[in-house]
Design a protein around this ligand. Structure first.
Ligand SMILES: Cc1ncc(COP(=O)(O)OP(=O)(O)O)c(N)n1
Ligand code: TZP
Ligand code: MG
Length: 210
């Protein structure tokens, strides 16, 4: 199997949100890598939101990944799809690749990394780094030392850390050299989401000198 299309080498701030409203708000705030993560709906029920999110992503020239709903992502020509290890068992990877979509894959340990790397995705997500209340996780948080260890074998592919990354923890996560930080509650549950987004953008995507 050949490689999935490339994405940017450093994905930077990568908010993961569950509605078109959040997608629009974040695009407007300057976010250019993001994910629509709707859970537990049929394809029929999710389709309108997925289609709208993809259209918005295109209008801002953003990297919009669709979580789980790979058939809808192909149908509406998303920038990319994000799949976890269990999703890999049911998704048609050849179809996703043939349609030209980028692919991100979740990993939690060495064995999952081996499996993900063999697929040659566009990026690899590593998690969960810290305890999270957003998703029930069967394993323990891997922590920064394990993240750092995993990164030593991932110098050739974009990486993203996820799970429990707050504004306060973001600098230490980024100091490992990981190319992106995927966050849910740090933005969606912030007292001031706009301020949290601005701070996280500045940390993860520092302005380049002209
Ligand atoms: C960037 C990123 N990393 C990991 C996940 C989790 O994906 P998955 O393990 O398939 O779990 P669900 O999100 O589908 O519940 C993600 N969505 N995004
Ligand atoms: C979807 C997902 N996958 C691993 S952890 C997680 C949730 C991360 O949410 P938060 O940033 O609120 O901890
Ligand atoms: Mg999934």
């Amino acid at each position: 199997m050949s490689a999935f299309p490339a994405t940017v080498s450093r994905l930077g701030l990568y908010p993961v949100v569950d509605s078109v409203e959040w997608i629009e708000r974040l695009l407007d705030a300057g976010v250019r890598t993001l994910q629509l993560r709707i859970k537990d709906q049929s394809d029929e029920a999710a389709e309108a939101a997925v289609a709208q999110a993809i259209a918005l992503g295109k209008s801002y020239d953003a990297r919009l990944f669709i979580n789980d709903y790979w058939r809808l992502a192909i149908k509406h020509q998303a920038y990319g799809v994000h799949l976890g290890q269990e999703d890999l068992a049911v998704a048609d990877l050849a179809q996703i690749r043939q349609a030209g979509l980028r692919l991100g894959i979740s990993t939690h340990d060495d064995a999952e990394l081996d499996r993900a790397l063999a697929i040659q995705p566009s990026y690899i997500a590593l998690g969960h780094i810290f305890p999270t209340r957003t998703k029930q996780m069967p394993s323990a948080p891997q922590g920064l030392a394990e993240l750092q260890r995993h990164l030593t074998r991932l110098t050739h592919i974009p990486t993203v850390a996820i799970g429990g990354i707050s504004v306060a923890r973001a600098p230490a996560v980024l100091a490992t050299g990981v190319g992106g930080i995927a966050v849910v509650s740090a933005i969606t549950e912030a007292e001031d989401w706009h301020e949290a987004t601005r701070t996280l953008l500045a940390l993860a995507e520092p302005a380049q000198p002209a």
